[in-house]
Design a binder for this molecule. Structure first.
Ligand code: GAL
Length: 962
């Protein structure tokens, strides 16, 4: 076939041709033509299917479709998204890519505005995935790779007055794809904005702001390197049209930190333009083995953020970016790692403004080479050096003026090799003011912080103590041992979880070397899809027919795809709260408040308290706390309270914003502490009503309850029918149960999802009714004996269940308790216990004692892949009600509760949220305990103290119909 175009660049390791040198991203008052909007588009199947003459301005594209720019074409109905974590979706044959190489041909015209200044015209592409070539008015300007990094071309000679025609060809696969094996959807197209920028004569091409802060003297030093003559004005600092190079020193400036992101508004003025600059003074160093900003060791409370929107993929609106920043700030997050590529510049500007420390990561990952023992890994192949250096240069040059950028990261999971070392070296020489990060080189030879992912608690503690095993290369050991440590990824937030956050935080707060970490990850990358009847669900790997995929491993965020905070985010907010309020001092006679901010005192907070007896408020007020400096603590007397009678009394103290901050309104809660001052009075022993055999159908009655006389099965309480009350050990496995050490496989192998019950004995005694049962799976001799002692005072029913495993138990248990069903008209749960959200034994930090009310629907957490969820812990009392009455379940003293409209088996079988269809019963589990959640989907399982071993337990309840 006639091949009208030179397409060798696609499989060429070179980063591109015809491109301009990388430089800072900035906006100025020089004219800009925005080129976003509907472009003409044709989807070609590969390089053999290109449209001849498509770049010709006279080409007739009227029959072509339209495609929005920016967008990811697979989310506009062109081709399909595909998800793999590590595996490349094409053979490892670098730099070659498949012949089936979906290629988008894009065309649009635009009018050059009148008065367009003399000087250069620059065409800027902020992000094109993965490789592209550009023609303006039929003139080829060049080609580029590096999907999430800008590329600029000089358009001057090709531009003409009036109508101009731009043609861009974008290839899904290219040599660059080998450097872009991040764990995410493979998506293609012009997915970030395109602009034509005027670069007037005399303009500033590039500038580098150096704004240093001396925390000892409080002085600031400002100097701005510019590529051409310019004046610098910062009115607040008294600078007017000064020489940008300075250096200008100021005896006193307010520094920039993520906690107080002080920006000074300035302006660079050159002959042809004015450029607003926002200056943040700060100094970041690694010193004495610690990562410090402005003289203070940081504690990073971070998240890894991919750019994601469930409808538009990696094309994000400004509102969405702002939403992420506000959500992070409101959840006590102070740092973001831009995994695993630089985000839109707008996001970094928001981090500057609202205050988040940023680990800015290069667009680089070659993880799939690990699957062939790192053979052929580009990181260690000189032929890729220029492409890798080019990526790093473009990131550093683009983002160097953002005060929020704390460190540069070379990329992710790209093994090790000289090219990485060269990237580090170049970075350090270009910007000595920021440390270099890269996790993949375990010996940390060319980085400034020791970084790891998913180290378990024990190993993290060892590193905290400085007792980690030596480096592979002995000559690097001393260097690494002298570095601060961060977990660049930990606490894998896939599905229900992550568990174990509190224990990590305790380590971070104990060992100065441990400077915090970044939860993996911020958002579930689910893709919004609709069922035939219009219900929305979120698709994951495999839903688009991909031959190779990694399922729902792409849905592992602290927020659901639609950015609803998941229970994991609320847990994280509580665990990392920058103020702690405790009661464990002075024999519980006082409140300890500690300011855990790195920089900020507590003057911006106000404290309030309230006391509740059995969840009823009995007092509240302002809690006086003196202003505490960072790290300072105060012991304060408990508030005066009225006497407490026969009730459980809880005291809660909260810290909230005294006045609005840019990221949250006044009254926004930052931190809280709670203690039970007086325990509940012991429950009275129930009076006795003896069981009676009723006239009809072999029924036994005991007070308000009816039993099957034969099997001793509870049938009804006060006329409310109760279905299939039985011992239950099974939960629909969470992602953390299924992956890693795969405890769910052991549960299934042990038959916990298919227990059958044998009734051993039903006896009416002088006390009431005693039913002895043995539950066991087919083919096994391990079992659980449950003896139910039922008693009644005539009004309520009391259950004392003694549960004891028998035989050899091969695994911990998912849960232990009883399950039963109630009529489907039950629609509301009121409870007194921990809440309001979901909690499991190692995800309980955010739950506090109180009275709560939810619909049955609101008790559920709609994880992208359905799984066990919605447990409420330490429930003292719950009322399950509907139009026709209900059931009270009292705990002696408390229990775990889930209530849902489907069974655990249905939950287990569902692949997407829309597979769950309410049945005509409400299914209730009342548990003594659950197995912990952990984070085994990537990382450690539940800590030993959170494992549910098989052992004897007792469940004590009172049931009453309402
Ligand atoms: C890490 C990787 C991330 C992600 C995570 C698991 O190894 O850096 O990109 O794949 O594991 O979700």
């Amino acid at each position: 076939m006639h091949q009208p175009y030179e397409t060798r660049y696609v499989e060429d390791r070179s980063p591109g041709s015809g491109r301009l040198a990388p430089r800072a991203a900035f906006r100025s008052d020089a004219p800009v033509v925005g080129l976003d909007g509907a472009w003409r588009f044709r989807a070609a199947t590969g390089l053999g299917d290109l449209t001849a003459g498509f770049e010709d301005p006279a080409f007739d594209d009227a029959a072509w479709d339209r495609l929005p720019v920016p967008s990811c074409w697979q989310l506009q109905g062109v081709g399909s998204p595909a998800y793999t974590n590590v595996t490349y979706p094409f053979p490892l044959d670098p730099p070659r890519v498949p012949d089936e190489n979906p290629t988008g041909e894009y065309r649009r015209d635009f009018t050059l505005p009148d008065g367009w200044p003399a000087g250069r015209g620059v065409l800027r592409f902020d992000g094109v995935d993965s490789c592209f070539a550009v023609w303006l008015n039929g003139v080829r300007l060049g080609d580029g790779k590096g999907s999430r990094i800008p590329t600029e071309f000089d358009a001057t000679d090709a531009l003409r007055p009036g109508r101009n025609v731009l043609a861009v060809r974008v290839h899904q696969w290219s040599a660059g794809s080998y450097l872009e094996d991040q764990d995410m959807w493979w998506l293609s197209g012009i997915f970030r904005p395109v602009q034509l920028l005027s670069r007037p004569e005399g303009c500033v091409e590039d500038f580098f702001v150096h704004a240093d802060y001396d925390h000892v003297s409080g002085a600031g030093t400002l100097s701005v390197d510019t590529t051409g003559p310019a004046g610098l004005s910062v009115p607040e600092l008294g600078l007017v049209d000064a020489d940008p190079a300075g250096p200008h020193t100021f005896a006193h400036v307010e520094p920039w930190t993520a906690e107080q992101p002080r920006l000074y508004e300035g302006e660079l003025t050159a002959a042809g333009e004015r450029i607003p600059v926002r200056i943040g003074f700060r100094r970041v160093v690694v010193e004495d083995g610690l990562l410090k900003a402005n003289g203070c060791a940081l504690l990073l409370r971070g998240v890894n953020r991919h750019e994601w929107d469930p409808e538009t993929g990696r094309t994000l609106s400004y509102e969405t970016m702002l939403r992420d920043v506000l959500l992070m700030k409101r959840h006590n997050i102070n740092a973001v790692r831009t995994s695993h590529y630089p985000p839109s510049s707008d996001f970094l500007a928001l981090c500057d403004e609202y205050g988040l420390w940023v680990v800015d990561e290069c667009d680089l990952e070659t993880h799939g080479f690990e699957q062939v023992g790192w053979r052929g890994n580009p990181s260690d192949d000189e032929r890729w050096r220029e492409a890798m250096l080019d990526r790093m240069r473009r990131v550093v040059e683009r983002d160097k003026n953002h005060p929020s950028v704390l460190m540069w990261s070379l990329g992710n999971e790209s093994g090790s090799g000289d090219n990485l070392a060269a990237m580090a070296e170049w970075t350090r020489s270009r910007d000595p003011s920021r440390p270099v990060h890269y996790e993949g080189d375990r010996d940390s030879g060319y980085v400034d912080v020791y970084s790891r992912m998913y180290a378990d608690h024990a190993e993290t503690e060892l590193i905290g103590r400085g007792e980690e095993p030596p480096t592979r290369d002995p000559s690097l050991d001393a260097h690494r041992r002298g570095l601060p440590f961060i977990l660049c990824e930990y606490a894998h937030a896939m599905g229900n979880g992550p568990g174990g956050l509190s224990e990590y935080q305790r380590l971070f707060e104990t060992y100065p070397r441990l400077q915090g970490g970044f939860v993996w990850e911020w958002i579930d990358h689910g893709i919004a899809r609709r069922t035939a009847d219009g219900r929305v669900f979120h698709a994951y790997g495999g839903d688009f027919g991909e031959p190779v995929h990694d399922g729902n491993f792409v849905a592992d965020g602290l927020v659901l795809p639609d950015r609803t905070p998941s229970p994991g985010l609320l847990e994280y907010k509580k665990v990392v709260e920058p103020v702690t309020i405790g009661f464990g001092v002075d024999g519980g006679k006082c409140v300890e408040v500690r300011n855990g901010h790195d920089f900020r005192d507590t003057a911006h907070l106000r404290f309030r308290w309230w006391a509740e007896d059995d969840g009823e408020r009995v007092g509240d007020g302002v809690f006086d706390v003196p202003v505490l400096a960072p790290g300072e603590r105060a012991h304060l007397p408990l508030p005066e309270l009225p006497p407490c009678k026969d009730a459980e009394r809880a005291l809660t103290v909260v810290a909230e914003l005294a006045a609005a901050e840019p990221w949250a309104p006044a009254g926004h809660e930052i931190a809280w502490g709670q203690t039970v001052i007086a325990p509940a009075a012991p429950a009275p022993e129930p009076g006795r009503v003896l069981p009676a055999v009723s006239g009809r159908g072999g029924r036994l009655t005991l007070g308000p309850a009816a039993f099957d006389a034969h099997h001793g099965r509870l049938l009804a309480v006060g006329g409310l029918d109760v279905g299939a009350l039985r011992l239950d050990l099974w939960r629909a496995p969470t992602d953390n149960d299924l992956l890693g050490d795969r405890v769910a496989d052991r549960w299934r192998a042990a038959g916990l999802h298919r227990l059958t019950t044998k009734v051993l004995d039903v006896a009416a005694t002088g006390e009431g009714l005693t039913v002895r049962t043995r539950a066991a799976p087919a083919g096994a001799d391990h079992a659980v004996r449950a003896t139910y002692h039922w008693r009644s005072d005539g009004r309520s029913l009391r259950l004392d269940a003694d549960i004891a495993p028998e035989g050899e138990w091969p695994c911990p248990l998912p849960r232990i308790g009883i399950g039963f069903s109630l009529p489907g008209w039950i629609d509301t749960v009121d409870w007194y216990g921990l809440g309001p959200g979901e909690a499991y034994r190692d995800t309980t930090a955010a739950a506090r004692l109180g009275r709560y009310r939810h619909t049955v629907e609101a008790m559920q957490t709609p994880y992208v892949r359905p799984q066990e969820n919605g447990n409420r812990r330490a429930v003292r009392r719950a009322l399950l009600t509907g139009a026709r009455g209900g059931l009270l379940i009292g705990g002696l003293p408390s229990y775990d509760l889930t209530v849902r409209r489907w069974t655990s088996a249905e939950l287990d079988a569902a692949r997407h949220t829309t597979d769950l269809v309410p049945g005509d019963r409400v299914h209730v589990n009342v548990d003594v305990a659950h197995h912990g959640i952990g984070t085994a989907s990537c990382g450690p399982g539940p800590l030993p103290q959170h494992a549910l071993g098989a052992g004897p337990v007792a469940l004590r309840l009172v049931l009453r119909a309402l």
